[in-house]
Design a protein around this ligand. Sequence first.
Ligand code: XMP
Length: 507
Amino acid sequence: MQESRHVAVIDFGSQYTQLIVRRVRELGYLAKLHAIEDFPEIGSPGAIILSGGPRSTSEPDAPDLDFAALRAFGVPVLGVCYGMQLLNIKFGGTVEASDRREYGPAALHPVEAAGLFEGVPEASQVWMSHSDTVGVLPAGSRVLAANQHGTPVSLQWDQRFFGIQFHPEVTHSHDGLRILHNFLLQAERLAAFRIDDLKRELIDGIRATVGGRQVVCGVSGGVDSTVLAVLLHEAGVNMRAIFVDHGLMRKDEGDEVRSNFHRMSVPIETVDASERFLAALDGVDDPEKKREIIGNQFVDVFWDAVGDAELLAQGTLYPDVIESASNAKSKASKIKTHHNRVGRILELQAQGKVLEPLADLFKDEVRALGTSLGIPHDILHRHPFPGPGLAVRCPGVVTPDRLHIIRECDAVFIGKLREHGWYDRVWQAYAALVPVKTVGVKGDERSYEWAVALRAVISDDAMTADWVELPAQLLRETSHRILNEVKGVNRVLYDISTKPPASIEWE
Ligand code: XMP
């Protein structure tokens, strides 16, 4: 068998490391993430990328690697941020600590638009996130690019060793993908990334992890858990897929989910736990408390339903992990606790009872995997729906009346998007309750009722999002139907907030 000449990404703990892996896959090459502790046991890579990291090379126990072993691979190496600083030291140069952190955009000035910077325009924006910079440059090194102040931000030390101070993996580095591509062109015989290979790898991994144990898979009907259930089914493990109706679903969601699984011939069981969830949420208005309650209820309901299950499978994706700051290596700050990252789950995880085969992937990759598993297009392209359901679209307390309002408004809005051919053109759309009563006139009478906000966004991976300029006619028809048909609403708003600073959901 031919060796897989993968791109080895060595993780020094940056919050963007997984993004490097993803970008390399996007460029069509097989990439694998390796913990620094595993180095140099990383197989036979065709290229190596050293990631950034939160530490400073001057700290006494700063992460280090065996330089002789790195050279012995004889393949191109790219050091990113911390990786570049480390390489500069290894080649005999120095790194200087700075008390000022450079964070944000900078202009890149390549010395030559060739090699690493082939096709990269002058002053292209790059994204910086560091406090140390290279100091003394070792003899024989070359500066490949500088920033707007003339500070070197890209170096080459010998034929195969390159460094860049900025993060090419984030979209704010406008030519980052091109720079990564240019680097990978220096490598030979790199293995291609194919989604079918990933599928096989995941299935093999699942079989090896599960062994003879029973797995309970929570199914919400969303893309992630659906792909996960089909993957487990395909792996042939002892699995029970359970759909928990927490009473926070959209209109007719339960029926739709059951019928979709029927179409795919994957058996699922339904547990109606709506009363239990609503009772637990009674009177709670704090967004983080709601998420905690819902996450813990999910676990309790599963365990009640399956008693002695030995493994809980979740369709957790990478953005859930990074935003909840629950990755042991991540120094990212916590934005919100995704329902699959609450305390109880983390306890189970520590006991080795949580299986999350999709945790390194992003949504679009999961969709591609789903296609490779033969999941129908309409199921894979349903809009994402958050685990805590309508609760995070209902700021303040969650009551059956409020849920009824957003469920009805949501159904009208989604129906209109489909009717106007916009459903597949937006990433996600929904109606949220604005828990404010305002005055209006209905049939010559004063009304004093709630407002609802419509939100439609486009996004690549849910990490950032933009609001969608929907046609006025679509919005007009939606508003007209809501105001006429949904009792308790006398005002419809359209949410024009980007993420960041807003998030996609309201809570
Ligand atoms: P935010 O609101 O964080 O949402 O910008 C990003 C994407 O994640 C979904 N979302 C969740 N999905 N459990 C999930 O499975 C959660 O707790 C959760 N919170 C948000 C959200 O719908 C959007 O697609």
